[in-house]
Design a protein around this ligand. Structure first.
Ligand code: GDP
Length: 326
């Protein structure tokens, strides 16, 4: 029961018309490892580019349980109530390990999933974070071409995935919980530096006082960092995603940010920088995968490792030989 192949033109026409099943199928092509699918995906992407770029891209991170999906549901509903069209994508590098992705999982956003102005897509699976991130980045373009004006990219607060999401979004939001006054413990410096806002979630049910204290502490910490290139002073806000509190203020803040960076030119500069970054990143990945998947290299690598273990060569000489044989 082979599906009749759809032409690239048909895909593009349908996507630009906002046809969601076609959007989904195009994302499936983007995520496919089949070279033919990839070829068509690239054609679709290039044709969609003139229709893309008109959105705000928001990255959201936080440890499991902080309330990301609850927040995205409340935030997404708020946006659609304002007439926005919201796409939720995810970067979850662990999805290649445990297969089932827990990010962008539709069962965790029950209200948003039935909203006709929302589109939710779980994280692509892949063997590397770079691969997963690249596919998500390409999916952003397709969603924008389909008319989604707000793109939310969810990632879990582990490893390098935040950096990847930061490098494909305009605004980066860190979700946190109020603890016992040691909020800054165990939080990676790099994450704070990337954040345009910290939202302290679950500021409800008797936790309000702690949340306020955490806000003071984070504000103090944020002021210790040098000013951002965007000239934006990162903000700390309180929210209760569960009770839909503080959500409108968060969106108002993002609008304020967008106004600032569009006026200053930083918005376009950052997107240009991100494009360059992904160009080089993609070349790096491609070179690496071509190299390591080359059967000749695979064999030679084993031989060089054996020589290395027997003290017959040095890592540098071995690397040189391998690279010369590529
Ligand atoms: P995620 O793993 O970061 O996506 O977190 P979830 O959105 O799945 O939320 C984890 C748990 O925290 C769920 O039981 C939510 O109902 C709960 N939760 C999320 N947001 C809030 C909130 O604002 N207040 C309270 N009290 N609970 C919340």
């Amino acid at each position: 029961n082979r599906r009749k192949t759809t032409s690239t033109e048909e895909f593009v026409t349908q996507i630009v018309a906002g046809n969601i099943p076609f959007l989904s199928r195009a994302i499936t092509l983007v995520e496919s490892t089949n070279p033919k699918h990839q070829q068509q995906a690239n054609e679709i992407l290039e044709a969609c580019l003139p229709h893309a770029n008109k959105s705000v891209r928001i990255g959201i991170t936080g440890v499991p349980g902080v309330g990301k999906s609850t927040f995205i549901e409340a935030f997404g509903k708020h946006l659609t109530s304002l007439g926005k069209k919201v796409a939720v994508l995810a970067v979850d590098p662990s999805s290649s390990i445990n297969k089932g992705s827990i990010l962008g999982d539709k069962t965790r956003m029950e209200e948003l999933v039935t909203d006709e102005n929302a589109f939710i897509r779980p994280s692509p699976s892949g063997t590397s974070l770079g691969g997963v991130a690249q596919k998500t980045r390409e999916s952003i373009i397709l969603c924008e071409a389909a008319g989604f004006d707000t793109i939310i990219i969810e990632t879990v607060g582990v490893g390098q995935s935040e950096t990847a999401v930061h490098s494909m979004t305009d605004f980066f939001l860190l979700l946190k919980l109020a603890g016992a006054g040691d909020e800054l413990q165990g939080i990676k410096r790099g994450i704070i530096e990337m954040a345009d806002a910290i939202v302290i979630n679950k500021a409800d049910s008797g936790n309000e006082k702690n949340a306020k204290l955490a806000k003071v502490e984070f504000n103090r910490a944020l002021h210790l960092y040098p000013a951002k290139e965007s000239d934006w002073q990162p903000k700390v806000l309180l929210a209760s995603a569960l009770h839909h509190q503080g959500i409108d203020a968060i969106y108002a803040m993002i609008e304020e940010y967008m106004g600032l960076v569009k006026k200053s030119g930083y918005f376009q500069q950052k997107r240009d920088d991100q494009n360059n970054y992904w160009l080089l990143e993609t070349i790096n990945q491609q070179l690496k995968s071509n190299f390591y998947n080359n059967p000749k290299i695979k064999e030679l690598l084993q031989q060089e490792i054996a020589k290395l273990e027997n003290g017959k060569t040095t890592p540098f000489t071995a690397a040189k030989r391998l690279l010369e044989n590529n």
